[in-house]
Design a protein around this ligand. Structure first.
Ligand code: OAD
Length: 250
């Protein structure tokens, strides 16, 4: 008996999970965090992505986030985001779990998703804790302030902070119950996201990795495909990389 292919497994699965990291946005021109050209090679996380850094110098922290918002606003989702958005239209149970804060999955049309590390496109009032969408580019003043007068912060997870409770619960539930997990463009080094493929595997899921290079996950994965996500995902998914109902050439 031949083993089912990845596509057949996806088509037969009741639950499919996709976990993504910065590598899926690399071909859109958004810098990753680690590796050549990575943000953490050029900037110190302690200066820019911690509550202490924000308390010390909110303007400096906001300049860095405003720069990233401007850079991303000028970029487009790429073939990897498109393939993942299309895959969702074929799967019965589906959840995209992304570590990315750039919003490109949403712009590509992904709907059933959780943003584990928050979003650059939401702000949170330090006094009222109210979260609002904010798409303004450029921001008129730095640091931005709430109508109540308090400082606004980016609604992202900083080092030393807990992940949003509901997002992490959904991600862990989905990892435990999925039959197929596709992991794309993450170094799989940052917890707790990095443990999701291990949880899926321990619960019997078929785990497929797509990355430019071997990662901490490659030995555990049932299949590891090395190359650019924007090339590999459409090839791997074939017809599933085109939204259901639309012919592939549209
Ligand atoms: P990393 O920068 O750690 O890893 C990016 C991964 O993408 C690497 O394994 C690359 O080999 C791979 N990669 C790069 N370009 C690719 C391409 N075109 N196609 C496929 N793979 C490619 O990014 P993350 O794993 O997302 O957290 O990092 C996780 C978290 O660390 C981030 O969410 C961020 C960071 O600190 C917070 O800010 C809370």
């Amino acid at each position: 008996m031949t083993r089912p292919t990845f596509r057949e497994r996806v088509q037969e699965a009741d639950r499919v999970v996709v976990l993504t990291g910065a590598g899926v946005s690399a071909e859109s021109g958004v810098p990753t965090f680690r590796g050549a050209g990575g943000l953490w090679r050029r900037y110190r996380a302690e200066d820019l992505a911690t509550p202490e850094a924000f308390a010390r110098d909110p303007r400096l922290v906001w300049e860095w986030y405003a720069w990233r918002r401007e850079l991303i606003a000028a970029r487009r989702p790429n073939a990897a985001h498109d393939a993942i958005a299309a895959l969702e239209t074929h799967a019965r149970g589906f959840l995209l779990v992304t570590q990315n804060v750039d919003g490109l999955h949403r712009r590509a049309g992904s709907v059933r998703m959780v943003e584990l590390h928050g979003s650059l496109w939401r702000v949170r009032c330090l006094a009222e804790e109210v979260v609002t969408e904010n798409l303004e580019v450029p921001l008129p003043a730095l640091p931005p302030r709430c109508a109540c007068g308090a400082l606004l912060r980016p609604d992202v997870v900083w080092f030393g902070e807990a992940l949003p409770t509901e997002a992490i619960r959904q991600a862990f539930d989905a990892a435990e119950s999925c039959e197929v997990m596709l992991v794309a463009g993450t170094s799989a080094l940052v917890q707790p996201a990095a443990s999701l493929p291990m949880i899926a595997k321990a619960h019997g899921a078929y785990v497929v990795e797509v990355n430019l290079e071997p990662t901490a996950l490659s030995d555990l994965a049932d299949e590891s495909h090395h190359g650019k996500a924007g090339d590999v995902l459409p090839r791997l998914l074939g017809p599933l990389a085109h939204p259901r109902g639309l012919p592939p050439d549209l």
